[in-house]
Design a protein around this ligand. Structure first.
Ligand code: PEP
Ligand code: MN
Length: 379
């Protein structure tokens, strides 16, 4: 159960104290207080855990300072979409809104290699009017002998270049909690010219200690990848670790699942789950066609499989596309075979716009049909 407090009630106010005192007298109930930062205001929510069945929701709703009471199902208490749950979805970060109605493209290098490639990539994105990007500094690799990423050493020039090209948010995977501090320090040292969305990779989807550490900080939002060998439910529960520790600013990203049945693609594309995640949770939903498809093959229609897969996710309502681009894919140190060339970026952007418009048209058509249904006389 969640108590959503009125906007002037928060820790330290008398009404908050009275509510907490009331709750402390209920046996078997534990409380967790979350501050939810919205674009306009910060709201306080009290999550009640334990024997909530015995609580009287109407009585709670009448306590001074309580705005609303939401009864949640057991699953995904914080990030889930529950009955009569009108909590807003999404968040604003560094001037960019992320929610289930928005759409952003995060294109860029799988792994940072040279300064020149980073700069050329950001310049190409800026030329398309894009304000988000992907850049990998810390790479989790299958082989210990493979390039592991430049790590903290590349952060100053990546952030400086991003800022210079007007990129506001860079998605960057971290593989250890100490990377949070490294990113914070590097951004601070050069005056925060850009922002970072911490990426949790598929290999770390169930690294619960890493998730808790990322969840405990409020500075950076999170791009959370679905686990490639676990169920969707298990991945959604793992995302909930971030929120249960206090960070609700989470984008959930589908990236294909590992099974030979996806051959010849690197993974089996799972973008039919876009509406499922949107229905079960309030998180914006991303798709990663590059790691799903894994190769630059072209169909007989002249369109690359990566484009086709991306369009499938966008036309189903995806809010974010994470995609690998590289100025010289043959020279990429990681995932060159799936990187699209920078010259292809304008076409990719156009293709995504076509799919996004088609999604919006589909949504409007369905809405019209629903309204016609609701107003037609019952036979
Ligand atoms: C990546 O985005 O570079 C990456 C490693 O993705 P995933 O964790 O989905 O494999
Ligand atoms: Mn990669």
């Amino acid at each position: 159960m969640i108590l959503i407090l009125q906007d002037n009630v928060h820790a330290g106010t008398p009404a908050f104290g009275t509510i907490m005192e009331y709750l402390s007298r209920r046996p078997g109930i534990e409380t967790r207080v979350h501050e939810v930062k919205g674009a306009q205001q910060t709201l306080t929510e009290i999550y009640l855990i334990g024997d909530t069945a015995a609580l009287d929701a109407e009585e709670l709703a009448e306590l001074t300072g309580v705005d609303r009471v939401v009864r949640v199902s057991r699953e995904y208490r914080v990030l889930g979409r529950h009955q009569d749950d009108f909590r807003p979805s999404g968040f604003e970060y560094n001037g960019v809104d992320f929610d289930q109605d928005g759409f952003e493209l995060f294109a860029g290098l799988c792994a940072v290699d040279t300064r020149e490639h980073v700069d050329r990539t950001f310049a190409a994105l800026a030329a398309q009017g894009l304000r988000c990007a992907r850049m990998g500094a810390y790479k989790p690799r299958t082989s210990p002998y493979a390039f592991q990423g430049h790590g903290a050493a590349c952060l100053p020039f990546v952030f400086e270049s991003a800022g210079r090209h007007g990129i506001r948010v860079v998605a960057m995977e971290i593989t250890h909690e100490k990377h949070i501090q490294e990113i914070h320090d590097a951004l601070t040292a050069i005056g925060r010219p850009t922002g970072v969305m911490l990426q949790v990779g598929t290999r770390n989807t169930q690294n619960f200690e890493l998730l808790k550490a990322i969840g405990r900080q409020q500075e950076f939002p999170v791009l959370f990848k679905r686990g490639f060998g676990i169920t969707l439910e298990e991945s959604l529960n793992a995302a909930e670790y971030l929120a249960s520790e206090g960070n609700q600013r989470v984008v959930f990203c589908l990236r294909g699942v590992k099974t030979g049945l996806g051959d010849p693609h690197r993974n089996l594309v799972d973008f039919a789950h876009v509406p499922v995640v949107r229905r079960l949770t309030r998180m914006p939903v991303g798709i990663d066609p590059s790691h799903s498809v894994g190769r630059r093959d072209v169909g007989p229609d002249g369109i690359e499989d990566i484009h086709h897969a991306a369009v499938q996710g966008v036309i189903a309502g995806a809010n974010l596309v994470l995609v690998d681009f590289h100025p010289a894919p043959a020279k990429a140190l990681v995932d060159g075979p799936q990187a699209l060339r920078l010259e292809e970026l304008p076409l990719f952007v156009e293709d995504m716009q076509i799919a996004r418009e088609a999604y919006l048209k589909r949504r409007a058509a369905h809405e019209r049909a629903r309204q016609a249904d609701a107003t037609s006389p019952v036979a």
